[in-house]
Ligand binder design. Structure first.
Ligand SMILES: O=C(O)[C@H]1O[C@H](OP(=O)(O)OP(=O)(O)OC[C@H]2O[C@@H](n3ccc(=O)[nH]c3=O)[C@H](O)[C@@H]2O)[C@H](O)[C@@H](O)[C@@H]1O
Length: 405
């Protein structure tokens, strides 16, 4: 009897343990399927990686969470911070708006320099909680966004998800973090929209209530949302209105990038023109100049001060234009590319439809000069030369026709 009951106890125990193992395994597999790399969260090796990446290696250094770190500007800013000894942790969802392979190569580049990118979405609140519980970030450089003015016509929902919902999720986490980080984030020069102020260049104090694209309106909304978090929760906020940023490791969806690809392939390019036959112009700004503006924004951000009734400080709320203050027309951009490639473009000039694109942009950068010491030094000829060199190195001219960019 005794033997039997022992045997039945031990077999019950075996069944219980097997069930437990099965449940645990199923949960792990489900969480793996649900969130890709995220099954590793909280593993010792994952935690070691994020701690090492965010580790500050210079006196008075800062520890920065860079969202969109596998993006164009995110990659360059992360490298700049890391090389001066700051702690940097990247976060990116590697979406497929443009070739994820380019983002993965940028990730490999950052990896070599000791910057780890967590593969995850900012809307994943559990993930943000783990990151902020593990690292006491002093700053957040929020560059993750759904970009592209034209794509907003096709898929406006992506802009609401990435530029509004994600922003709120991130600010909520920053609000309750201890310490509260200071936030520097990517707004856009496109918020100026229709030139209702009837003046150029565009200044931060100009009216910005006539956006002409969903992209621009989500960025403008971001400025309102961050202002609310600044006033109510004491977060230090700096919004950067980037103009048309270009350079090595750039974005394949942008005009200069798609133009070079088509010129090399012998395919025609489309050059938009306004209805009154004037050329469109942009305030093209080279990536190295923009990076200096980003880093200076972090260095001068001041502190977040919290929302307690007793607080006697107010947190800074700043907005800066980061452009070049010297607009160039799209046909001039094309001729600089032609000179660099020693090839002629086949150009289709198309009258622009009412598709929500701005006709002209020029940044007034005097505020950034004064407050950030921002001083762009690269003109479009010099910057495009660097870009063309990089492009030919990365894609290789002879093989370009076979590469999916
Ligand atoms: O200001 C900004 O915030 C935005 O700057 C750029 O937008 P955009 O200046 O329109 O840059 P491109 O898409 O590279 O276009 C540059 C110019 O070339 C023109 N273009 C574009 C594409 C094309 O095939 N042909 C053409 O003439 C556009 O109308 C525009 O005048 C980026 O693409 C946006 O993501 C960014 O945030």
């Amino acid at each position: 009897m005794i033997r039997t009951s022992r045997r039945s106890f031990s077999s019950n125990r075996t069944i219980f343990l097997s069930a437990l193992v099965l449940v645990t395994l199923t949960a792990s597999i489900l969480s793996f399927i649900d969130s890709g790399e995220r099954f590793l969260y909280n593993s010792i090796s994952w935690e070691t990686k994020i701690r090492s990446s965010a580790h500050i290696r210079r006196p008075n250094g800062i520890s920065v969470l860079v969202t969109g770190a596998a993006g164009f500007i995110g990659t360059h800013v992360s490298l700049a911070l890391k090389s001066r000894g700051d702690g940097v942790l990247g976060l990116d969802n590697f979406d497929n708006y443009y070739a994820p392979s380019l983002k993965k190569t940028r990730r490999a580049l950052l990896d070599i320099h000791g910057v780890f990118i967590v593969d995850g979405d900012i809307n994943d609140r559990r993930l943000l909680a783990v990151l902020f519980d593990t690292i006491a970030f002093t700053h957040v450089m929020h560059l993750a966004a759904q970009v592209g003015v034209q794509y907003a016509v096709e898929n406006p929902y992506a802009y609401v998800h990435s530029n509004i919902a994600s922003l709120v999720t991130l600010l909520e986490r920053c609000k309750s973090a201890d310490p509260q980080p200071a936030i520097v984030w990517a707004s856009s020069g496109s918020v100026y929209g229709v030139n209702i102020n009837n003046k150029v260049p565009f200044s931060e104090s100009d009216r910005v209530d006539r956006p002409v694209s969903i992209y621009a309106s989500t960025k403008r909304t971001g400025e309102e949302i961050t202002l609310t978090y600044n006033r109510v929760y004491g977060l230090s906020i700096t919004g950067l209105r980037f103009f048309t940023v270009y350079g090595p490791w750039g974005r394949p969806d942008m005009a200069y990038f798609s133009f070079i690809r088509n010129i090399l392939l012998g395919k025609p390019i489309t050059v938009y023109r306004a209805k009154n036959h004037t050329d469109l112009a942009r305030d093209f700004i080279y990536i190295d100049d923009v990076v200096k503006g980003c880093v200076a924004s972090l260095d001068t951000s001041g502190r977040s001060v919290g929302s307690g009734r007793l607080r006697n400080e107010t947190a800074p709320y700043r907005i800066f234009n980061l452009g070049n203050a010297s607009p160039v027309t799209v046909p001039t951009l094309v001729s600089i590319l032609e000179e660099n490639l020693r090839m002629k473009a086949t150009t289709n000039v198309v009258e622009m439809s009412e598709n929500g694109d701005d006709l002209f942009a020029q940044a007034n950068i005097s505020l950034a000069e004064k407050e950030l010491g921002y001083k762009p030094t690269t003109d479009l000829e010099t910057g495009l030369k660097e870009f063309v060199k990089w492009y030919l190195w990365y894609y290789g001219k002879p093989f370009v026709q076979n590469r999916n960019v």
